[in-house]
Design a binder for this molecule. Sequence first.
Ligand code: ZN
Ligand code: ZN
Length: 243
Amino acid sequence: MFVLGCYLSQVGGYFLACIPYVLFDIIRPAFANDYKIQAKTYPSKQQMIQSCKDMMVSFSTVVLPMLIFGGFFIERIGITRDGPIPKPLVMLIQIAYFFLVEDFLNYWFHRWLHLPWLYKHIHSVHHKYDSPFGLVAAYAHPAEVVILAIPTFVGPVAVGPHLYTLMIWQAFRNFEAIDIHSGYEFPYSLKTLFPAYAGTKHHDYHHYMHSGNFASIFTWCDRLYGTDTGYRTYEARRREKEE
Ligand SMILES: [Zn+2]
Ligand SMILES: [Zn+2]
């Protein structure tokens, strides 16, 4: 029953978080159009409907079995809903740590998924759209969904947080994934609060070029390993044209 609750909140949270972007793509209000990264490249209604169907298949055939499997051993590694709910500061520190671990491991897992064989047989599914939109944030080959769950859960497995902290972390991670695939970077983006946050433009470039900018949360790894050189040149040229 609890697994079912987790599953329904994941699915519901995912589609709810996508609603504003779906409306922007359908209604195309002027204020949102100004912040569309790949101008005039909107998903069609058929693509949006197909994405909803694809995501429901992925949620029910991959995510649900993973939740059922996880439910069996989660308490054994110290993740439980027993005991007092942690203080907000404790939750915040743990979630910040999970983001750092996820960012580093996801960078490398994602970079390896761009090796020719892995890209051809697995990761190309996620790269179906050169101009991504919110609904396809978690659209990927089933093997990739499983592989990229590892960076998401290494931090929690190491710390053994309260179950509610784990659920909040997962919700934040889903919202972040939807944000960077949304196709829009608004002035109130998280990037204005955290300059190291990669943001939508950063990952949108990765989909557009099919290369570079492998990190999905922060800019540190791409800067450190030199995989953002093309993006920085591209952005510098774009800014020059605007001036
Ligand atoms: Zn990729
Ligand atoms: Zn992506």
